[in-house]
Design a protein around this ligand. Structure first.
Ligand code: AFP
Length: 330
């Protein structure tokens, strides 16, 4: 099986970008080891702190964030990083060109129940126009030059795109290398599986309520077929299932918190996952706009997310087009 670096070389990925990706994987191997040690590593459980998102930080959230941040900045190849666990961006080498936005441990509420979690990353370049500080990261998802995730599941897998399709690699713990295990991931255009947190159903907008209602009506309803549901409470794990066997994933805006109707973050969750999904032949939308066309206004901006099998996302969008309703302002 091919190792990661020769594969990226064959895709003509610039050497410095390969080095940034490889550094992320070095941090990921350490995170994978600590996760698989479980309570033996003494890093389970929560801290008394909250991150800028207002979420209680798990010990491994902090450890993972520090590992990734320090390793990336030590390369001298990274101009700045933006992290879910950092209030502001962290500057690196002013002469370097790469920007890395990441969620160090997505799904961290799953850590203490020994369920899958992951690291999500998005790589941009310093913009040609003069920009500094947070403005550096305020680029649309179409500007991404690479994106991926490491899924810490029964096996540790890297799923990566550099704009030439999507490949999957599996960590061989015996040699410490990520080996190519899927040369081209493509999402089937149709599906009978969806992923959404049904407990929020009464808070969704009318179009999403109508769409899900019709899925649940099954073969006797307007869709004329039965659907299955999955919800892993970790976007990285739910999207991996969709990349592997089809599906629709959604975390739509809802009315629970009028001041914060959306949960998922644009820069380091929705955009990298949208890049992967589109490269695999799927669609990624807010219900009204293509996610990778959104112009960010701040680094922790959130957005509504509907992504996966293209024909199923299109079917969902028909409800948004045909049912007038108030739009949540994420
Ligand atoms: P955590 O990282 O706080 O566990 O949140 C994970 C997440 O951002 C995303 O990965 C999941 O799809 C979603 O939240 C789960 O949210 P609910 O807990 O509301 O279902």
């Amino acid at each position: 099986m091919q190792r990661l670096i020769p594969v990226l070389n064959s895709d003509h990925v610039p050497l410095h970008l390969i080095s940034v990706i490889n550094t992320l994987l070095t941090a990921a191997k350490e995170i994978s080891h600590r996760l698989h040690q479980g309570s033996l590593a003494g890093t389970l459980g929560s801290t008394l702190d909250e991150n800028i998102q207002g979420e209680t930080q798990k010990k491994l959230d902090i450890v993972s964030n520090q590992l990734i941040k320090n390793m990336l900045l030590e390369t001298g190849l990274v101009h700045a990083v933006a992290s879910e666990e950092e209030d502001d961006i962290v500057m690196g080498n002013p002469d370097a060109r790469y920007l890395v936005a990441y969620d160090p441990l997505d799904g961290s509420s799953n850590i203490d129940i020994n369920s899958s979690v992951g690291t999500i990353f998005s790589i941009l370049q310093k913009p040609d126009h003069p920009a500094e500080g947070k403005e550096l990261f305020l680029q649309t998802g179409d500007e991404q030059i690479a994106a991926g995730y490491i899924l810490y599941g029964p096996s540790t897998m890297l799923v990566l795109t550099t704009g030439k399709g999507v490949r999957a690699y599996t960590l061989d713990h015996t040699v410490g290398e990520f080996l190519l295990t899927v040369d081209s991931l493509t999402i089937p255009h149709d599906t009978q599986e969806f992923a959404i947190n049904m407990s929020n159903q009464r808070h969704w907008s009318t179009p999403m309520q109508a769409y899900i209602r019709d899925l649940l009506s099954g073969v006797d309803g307007p869709r004329g077929k039965n659907f299955n549901m999955r919800w892993n409470a970790a976007m990285v794990s739910d999207v991996h299932r969709i990349l592997t066997r089809s599906g629709l994933f959604s975390y739509p805006a809802d009315s629970r918190k009028p001041e914060q109707p959306c949960k998922l973050r644009l820069l380091y969750e929705a955009n990298p996952m949208s890049f992967l999904v589109e490269q695999a032949g799927g669609r990624a939308t807010t219900g009204y706009e293509r996610i990778m066309s959104l112009q960010p206004t701040h680094i922790h901006q959130r957005c509504s997310v509907i992504m996966g099998s293209r024909n199923e996302v299109d079917a969902c969008l028909e409800y948004y087009k045909s049912i007038p309703c108030e739009r949540f302002d994420c």
